[in-house]
Design a binder for this molecule. Structure first.
Ligand code: PLP
Length: 409
């Protein structure tokens, strides 16, 4: 093991939980991760010791809150390889980050006749904001297809991205197939055609080292709740020169410099995009989540994931009636495995596994077009994180076998 899973598990109080008579086996990490006590304690600490508004007060607690809030921003910047902390904007989640770009940058820069390129692996959050921008602007939405083995069709990408393209947006890791996409090459293709690229890091940032400078992307988004942090907080990173040129998207306190009844002027980055009192406690706790992951080392987090995913793929593909959607080879792949059972509907499977304490996701995984491209309306999905063990993979496989026996009766 590259990380000490037993030691890690001791940090997560929820893993002590039992579902009915069974110990919890939490395999729904792509939906949201569990939180270590360090993150939970950071929330309590803020509310019990220095709860105050940021950027406004001269009193001690306001200064402390502001320092902790801005320190958390700097930690996230470092975590994703961003050189300037002010290029990190706090949002509610990655959905809001993508909407910010689609409205602010999109409405100012995308016009009739332009093309917006997304991939066949986008989450609804990576489809609908662009589809709506296309409808508002008269631009065309184009989709890079997937191959039969669940990879992006890069030959098609080379044809689809052209001089009409204004922006390309792509998931770095598919939330359904687990595929890790070559977003660096997509970014290169976008730039060669004078377009920008937004990378959806919702599933990659929690699981692998990310460096926005090395990726050479223009925007990058993540949600803290998928990487040990609280819900209700996410991040948009953007190239500072792009963010500076973009108009604000929401208006209110903190984002202004001067206000009269006739007009207003805008604050500097990042505040121009952070109207109103921000989510202070959750931002600070996100900094602690990032500390936790950084102490483990993202290379080690990734190595653990490769190990457990390889084992899970081996065990699941041994089951004759189970079909894995997406890549079954363990290269360029994250710890997300969607699968279907020939005889058991995913909802029945998920419900039966829950009785054994095993939490998996069932449904369309917020990616209806992708799941439907496999000629199914729903799938089961197991997804792993730092606290999962191969024994839990065994529990999943034994659970599926038990359900099979029941349905065969
Ligand atoms: C790839 C991807 N993008 C975007 C999202 C949306 O995340 P959120 O609901 O936190 O905004 C998810 C959530 O599952 C995701 O997996």
């Amino acid at each position: 093991m590259t990380i000490d899973v037993a030691k890690i598990r001791a940090d997560f109080p929820i893993l002590e939980r039992r579902i009915g008579d069974a110990p919890l086996v939490y395999l729904d990490n792509a939906a949201t991760s569990q939180k270590p006590k360090q993150v939970i304690d950071a929330l309590t600490d803020y509310y019990t010791r220095y709860n105050a508004n940021v950027h406004r007060g001269v009193h001690t607690m306001s200064v402390e809150a502001t320092e902790a809030f801005e320190a958390a921003r700097a930690k996230v910047a470092k975590f994703i390889g961003a050189r300037q902390p002010e290029s990190v904007i706090w949002t509610r989640n990655i959905s809001e980050a993508i909407n910010l770009v689609a409205y602010s940058w999109g409405d100012a820069n995308v016009h009739a006749g332009d093309e917006i390129v997304i991939t066949a692996m986008e989450h609804h959050s990576g489809i609908v904001p662009w589809q709506q921008l296309a409808l508002r602007s008269g631009a065309t939405l184009r989709i890079i297809p997937r191959t039969g083995n669940g990879r992006l069709d890069m030959d098609a990408a080379r044809k689809i991205i052209n001089s009409k393209t204004k922006i390309v947006t792509a998931v770095q890791m598919s939330s359904v197939l687990g595929s890790v996409n070559d977003v660096k090459t997509l970014g290169k293709l976008a730039h060669e055609n004078g377009a920008l690229i937004l990378v959806d890091g919702a599933q990659s940032a929690p699981h692998m080292p990310v460096d926005v400078e090395d990726l050479d992307c223009d925007f990058f988004g993540l949600s803290a709740h998928k990487m040990l942090g609280p819900t209700g907080i996410g991040v948009l990173w953007g190239r500072p020169e792009l963010l500076k040129a973009m108009p604000p998207w929401m208006f209110g306190g903190d984002m202004i410099l001067e206000v009269s009844y006739e007009k207003a002027s805008w604050n500097e980055l990042p505040y121009k995009f952070e109207a109103g009192t921000p989510n202070i406690a959750d931002a600070i706790a996100t900094g602690v989540a990032v500390d936790y992951l950084s102490a483990l080392g993202m290379e080690n987090v990734r190595a653990h994931e490769i190990e457990i995913t390889g084992y899970a793929l081996k065990r699941l593909t041994e089951l004759e009636r189970v079909e894995v959607l997406g890549p079954t080879d363990n290269a360029d792949r994250g710890g997300i495995i969607s699968f279907n059972h020939a005889d058991v509907h995913p909802h029945d499977l998920g419900t039966a596994l829950d009785r054994m304490g095993i939490a998996i996701r069932t449904g369309h995984h917020c990616a209806m077009p992708l799941v439907r491209s496999y000629d199914v309306v729903a799938a089961a999905r197991a997804s792993f994180y730092i606290y999962n063990t191969t024994a839990e993979v065994d529990a999943l496989v034994e659970g599926i076998k038990q359900v099979e026996r029941y349905f065969q009766k």
